[in-house]
Design a protein around this ligand. Structure first.
Ligand SMILES: [Zn+2]
Length: 133
């Protein structure tokens, strides 16, 4: 029973980090895993449409872009090496294939990594996520 009946008991209950990360990566609310985390491509909703958890406290900033570049770079660098040394494609073919791969992979990963970053911020009560409202 809460000391403050108007505040939920869940205000300081433990938040599991791993499920929150997975829900965020699936672009779902880190609290319930049901509601969509984004309106549009990257805009985080103010509140979860299902459980009403406030999500506007996130400060993902440049973190998702940094992680996207880190992962895409490490995945495509070996592809460049192997592709060039084994197949010797025409430079224009190689540039086109790598460009399409880099753009597609980045567009796929960016919102998922942003969800992951919002998930860890929510689970660790970073920024405004820890305050009882
Ligand atoms: Zn929710």
């Amino acid at each position: 029973m809460s000391e403050h009946p108007d505040q939920p008991d869940t205000a300081q209950e433990e938040r599991q980090t791993k499920p929150a990360l997975l829900r965020g990566f699936r672009r779902r609310c880190p609290n319930c895993g049901e509601g969509g985390l984004f309106q549009g491509y990257l805009k985080v909703v103010d509140r979860c449409p299902v459980c009403r958890e406030e999500l506007h406290h996130h400060r993902a900033d440049d973190g998702p872009a940094y992680l996207t570049i880190l992962i895409v770079g490490h995945l495509l660098a070996p592809v460049i090496h192997v592709g060039f040394t084994h197949f010797r494609p025409e430079p224009l073919v190689m540039a086109t294939v790598l460009t399409v791969l880099a753009v597609a992979l980045s567009l796929y990963l960016l919102p998922r990594l942003k969800g992951l970053v919002v998930g860890i911020q929510w689970a660790r009560r970073m920024h405004g996520f820890g305050k009882a409202h």
